[in-house]
Design a protein around this ligand. Structure first.
Ligand SMILES: [Zn+2]
Ligand SMILES: [Zn+2]
Length: 297
C-alpha cells in the first residue's frame, strides 16, 4: 500500500469510528460518566464481583466497548440492542418489539445472565459489559427516538451553522459543549445527591419504566428541534441539566442493579431481578436516618 492509500484508509477508519459513535450511543464521555458513577455506588461485595469478572479492570474501562464490538461480525447480533424506536404515530407501549431484540430486552436478558450462577466466566464478562453500556444508552433520549429517521440520525439540523443531525448532537456535541470536563470531573460535579433524591431516582424501576421516561424526554426534544433548527448556546443551556440528570440516573440505576445482583445483603430498589434481601433500607422512609450517607451530613 502506498502512503496515499494508507492515508486514505486511515481517514476511512476515522470516519467509520466517528459514525459508529454517532449511531450507537451516548458518546464515550456519557458512557464513562455513567460507569464511573455506578462504580462509586457499588457495595464492597459488588466491587469484588466486578473486579473478579473484569479481571481487575473497571466498569469505565469497558463502558464503550459494545459500540465498537457491534461493528464486528462476532458481535453484530447486538446492533439493535442499543436502542428502542418509537415513531410519532405510536405510543411507547404500541411500538413494535423487533425480533432481534432491543435495549429493553437486552438489559433484562443480560442482567439475568449475570445473576445466573451457572453462567460461564465469559458470559458474565460480556453480560456485565453489555449491561454497563446499555444502561447508559437507555438514558440517551435519541436512543428512544423514531424509527422513521433512525433515532434522529436522518433528522437534519445545524450546530452553530454546521450540518449535523439530531442523534449526533445528543450523543456527544451537547455533552462536550455543556462542560469542558473529563469524566471524573463530571462525576464529581453531578453526583452530589442525598438519600431522598437517590431514592426517587431508583424507586421501583425497571428497563421499561426507565425507557419510557427517556422517551418522554425524546418527545420534547423532537418538539423543540424541528428539522433545520440551528442549535446554539440557548439550546445547550436549556438541555444541559437534562443531560446531567440522565447521566446521574443511568449511573445510580446501574449501581442499584449490580448491587442487587452481586450483594445478597443489599436492599435493592429496581425490580429487574428477584430481591435477595427484604430488609428495609435507606429508601424506606423510617430507615433513612439509619444509614449515614456522606451527602446527608
Ligand atoms: Zn451504544
Ligand atoms: Zn447514539
Amino acid at each position: 500500500m502506498n502512503s496515499y492509500n494508507s492515508f486514505k484508509s486511515m481517514l476511512l477508519a476515522g470516519t467509520l469510528l466517528l459514525s459508529a459513535g454517532s449511531a450507537f450511543g451516548w458518546g464515550q464521555k456519557g458512557h464513562d460518566v455513567t460507569a464511573a458513577i455506578a462504580e462509586k455506588h457499588l457495595t464492597k461485595a459488588a466491587q469484588d464481583s466486578v473486579k473478579k469478572i473484569l479481571k481487575g479492570k473497571s466498569l469505565v474501562y469497558y463502558a464503550n466497548w459494545p459500540d465498537n464490538a457491534a461493528h464486528t461480525d462476532e458481535y453484530a447480533f447486538s446492533k439493535t440492542w442499543h436502542y428502542k424506536n418509537i415513531d410519532a404515530d405510536q405510543t411507547y407501549e404500541s411500538a413494535p418489539n423487533i425480533p432481534e431484540g432491543n435495549i429493553i430486552s437486552a438489559i433484562n436478558q443480560q442482567a439475568a445472565i449475570l445473576d445466573n450462577p451457572r453462567s460461564t466466566e465469559h458470559e458474565k464478562w460480556l453480560a456485565l459489559v453489555f449491561v454497563t453500556h446499555f444502561m447508559g444508552d437507555l438514558h440517551q433520549p435519541m436512543h428512544m427516538g423514531r424509527a422513521v429517521d433512525r433515532g434522529g440520525n436522518n433528522h437534519k439540523i445545524k450546530y452553530f451553522g454546521g450540518d449535523t443531525n439530531l442523534h449526533s448532537i445528543w450523543d456527544s456535541k451537547l455533552v462536550e459543549s455543556a462542560h469542558k470536563w473529563g469524566y471524573t470531573e463530571w462525576v464529581e460535579q453531578i453526583d452530589r445527591t442525598g438519600c431522598a433524591e437517590r431514592c426517587a431516582i431508583l424507586a421501583q424501576g425497571n428497563p421499561d419504566k426507565w425507557g419510557k421516561e427517556t422517551y418522554e424526554i425524546a418527545k420534547q426534544v423532537y418538539e423543540q428541534t424541528p428539522e433545520g433548527t440551528n442549535v446554539g448556546f440557548d439550546y445547550i443551556a436549556e438541555w444541559t441539566p437534562v443531560i446531567e440528570n440522565q447521566f446521574l440516573r443511568g449511573g445510580l440505576r446501574l449501581a442499584d442493579l449490580l448491587n442487587s445482583i452481586f450483594d445478597s445483603e443489599y436492599v435493592q430498589k429496581n425490580t429487574v431481578i428477584a430481591p435477595k434481601n427484604t430488609k428495609p433500607g435507606c429508601c424506606d422512609g423510617t430507615e433513612a436516618s439509619a444509614v449515614p450517607l456522606e451527602a446527608d451530613k
